[in-house]
Each structure stands twice: as C-alpha cells, then as structure tokens.
Design a protein around this ligand. Sequence first.
Ligand SMILES: Cc1cc2nc3c(=O)[nH]c(=O)nc-3n(C[C@H](O)[C@H](O)[C@H](O)COP(=O)(O)OP(=O)(O)OC[C@H]3O[C@@H](n4cnc5c(N)ncnc54)[C@H](O)[C@@H]3O)c2cc1C
Length: 381
Amino acid sequence: MDFEWTAEHNAFRERLRDVLTRTLPADWGVKSRYDTSSEYVSKYSRTFCPMLAKEGLLIPHWAKELGGEGLDGFHHWILGEEMVAAGEPRSYQYMSVNWVGPTLMKYGTKAQVDEFIPKIKSGNFIWCQGFSEPNAGSDLAALSTRAERTKNGYIINGSKIWTSGASFANHCFMLARTGGARRSGVSVFLIPMDAKGVEVRVIPNYIGERTVHEVFFTDVEVPEEWRLGEENKGWDIVTHVLNLERIGIPRYAFSLRVLDHAIDLLKQRGKYSDSAVQARAGRAKAACEASRHMALSIINERVNGRPASATTNVARYALVTSDRMIAEFLGDFLHDDLVGGNDPMIMSGYRRTGSVGIASGAAEVQLDLIARNLLQLPRGD
Ligand SMILES: Cc1cc2nc3c(=O)[nH]c(=O)nc-3n(C[C@H](O)[C@H](O)[C@H](O)COP(=O)(O)OP(=O)(O)OC[C@H]3O[C@@H](n4cnc5c(N)ncnc54)[C@H](O)[C@@H]3O)c2cc1C
C-alpha cells in the first residue's frame, strides 16, 4: 500500500490535538489515571462529548444528512487514535458513535431513531453491550437469556457477563433468545438500565475501576417497541455490529505513548544505555507500528468499499501482540513502578493489557480464523 496522509487528514489530526490540549484538565493524567472505566472519566465524558459535538468532532464520519460531516473512514480512525492516545476522554461513548448509532439508523424504527440518535448526538448518553453470557462468549450463538412473548411484548430473564460500562450506562444494547437454538432464535433489545428487574454488579478486577460487570435481568417487562429489528432476525444485526467493531480500538496509540514515557523514565534513571533494553524497546515499538499499519490497511479496504477479509483477524492479532510486548517491557524493566503504582500512565499501560487477548474476541479465535480463512489450512478433529 502506498500511503501518505493528505493535507486534509493532517489538518484534522492537528484540529483534534488542539481541542484536546485546550480542553483536558491540566491534571487529567492524575484524575483520570487513563482509566476509561473510572467514575471520573465516565462523568467527564458527559461534558467532553457535548463539547466535541459543538466542535463538529463527535460524529464527523456520519453522513451530513445525519448530522455528521461525511468524512471518510481515515478521519474516523484518526479520531480514534487521538482519543485513545489521550486516555479516551469519551469513555464508553466511543461505542455510541462507532457502532450503536449507525446500527440504530440501519435497523431501527422511525420512533427508535427519533428517540436515540439525538441523544447520541448530544454526547450525553452511554450505552453498554449485553452480548456475552457465562456460557456464551466466543460461542455467542449459545446465549440463553430468554425473552418470552407476552400479550404486550416480552419478559426477559437471564444474565450477561463482562459488560463494559454497565455502571454508567443509560441503555443496554442486548441479545436475548426469542426462538429456537443458535443464530436463528436471537433478537436484539434496547433496555433502559433503570428498568425494573435490571441489576448491575461490578466484577472486581485489576484492569480498571469499573471495567466489567454482571448484568442480571429478572422478569424485566419489555414492550414490543424496545425490540430492534425483526423477531429472531437479531443475528443479522450482530453481524453488522461485529463488522463495525471488527478491528477493535487503536490501542497501539496509547501503547506508543506509554513506551515513550517508559523510555524517558529509564533514561532519567541512567538505565537506558544497556543495548539489551534498547533492543527490547525497539522491538516493542516496531510491533506497535506494524499493528498500526495493519489497522490502516484494513481502513483502506473499507474506504475503498472492499469486503471484509481475513486480514482483519491478522490486524486484531497484531494489536494483541504489540500490547503484550509493551506489558512485557514494563514488567521486565519498570517492575518497581508497577509494584509502587504511582505513575498513572505506566500503571494503565500495564493493567489494560490484561484483557487485550480476550475482550472483543479471544486472540486464539483470531488465530483459528486466520488458519481457516487466510491460510486455508485443513481443520483438525
Ligand atoms: C475487559 C473486557 C471487556 C468486555 N466487554 C464486553 C462487553 O461490553 N460486552 C460483551 O458482551 N462482552 C464483553 N466482554 C466479553 C468478551 O467478548 C468475551 O470475554 C470474549 O468473547 C471471550 O468469551 P469468554 O470470556 O466466554 O471466553 P471463552 O469463549 O470461554 O474462551 C476462553 C478461552 O478459550 C479459548 N477458546 C475459546 N474458543 C476457542 C476457539 N474457537 N478456538 C481456539 N480457542 C478458543 C481461548 O483461549 C479463549 O481465550 C469483555 C471482556 C473483557 C475481558
């Protein structure tokens, strides 16, 4: 791929950096600890995203008639890179603009679009994604949360697990079984998190403050209007969502910052002259850059209207690999800082890699897909 940023792309990145410099508090790193899942960042997102909206930077990649600027997929990716590098001040609202809004516009009724799109565009509305269940993660089609038909709609019973942002979310974009087994019996529901019978429990973990949750649905009464799309046709919507989410977030953008900061600390302490340390830093940086190039080649496919290919799985695996190399670098050369835990960037850079090979799809599943679809290797028993 012959790739050069256009003057327009460069100007867009500069505009974003300028907004971030002007608006993030001086003590952003200390307060946010670069933790998207913290109460501080999620609350801050409700101020930050309306400001981005005013600047025309919340949904620049949405079509003009939908309130966006109609900018191409590279602009969207640049937006993600700059936000992630800054510690993602949009918190979980990145999901609303990346996939929830576009999916609602494709599958929603007029009433659903009229209700939710203005809320998303206001920058003050957080969604969570209720897909995974205790017995349905990589094998999502095994989900068993059930929506039973009633006279006026449904009653939902079941539970979700690993739900990001559920503590702060206004609404859950969730899946429930309305019909038979596997993919053919799934429907999508849009459930207010304050609906009677919805209970959220934080799962304590070392990745972030409120990273993941269990969400329980007990006799939740759901009117027909809360279903998105046709009954039992939810799998088409799932496929659409996973396609929009398919590369994941540009995690390397933050990892590169963490690595530069780690190198600075080692230099200040006179510990960077060792060529073995430099070689490891070089390898980690090369892995982040490779991951970035893979991601951009996927965006290029998308912008040029080519169908999704198995190189997407390579790009996802490259993201996992580069993040793990950063964590290993920190673990090997800055272990005292990790035990002491005072530097928010080092701590966040290390902790967040704990979930990189499992969140948004297990790394091993990506390898399976690469073997099958790209390398066309025969399947074992
Ligand atoms: C931080 C974090 C945030 C998350 N946020 C959300 C969210 O907001 N909403 C949501 O719905 N889910 C969320 N998830 C859940 C995530 O999508 C699942 O954890 C993931 O899909 C894996 O499912 P599982 O946990 O059930 O693991 P399993 O599917 O049980 O997999 C466990 C391990 O088994 C192996 N394995 C499984 N299947 C295969 C296969 N086919 N080939 C090879 N190896 C395999 C892999 O090693 C895998 O790591 C989140 C998870 C994390 C860690």
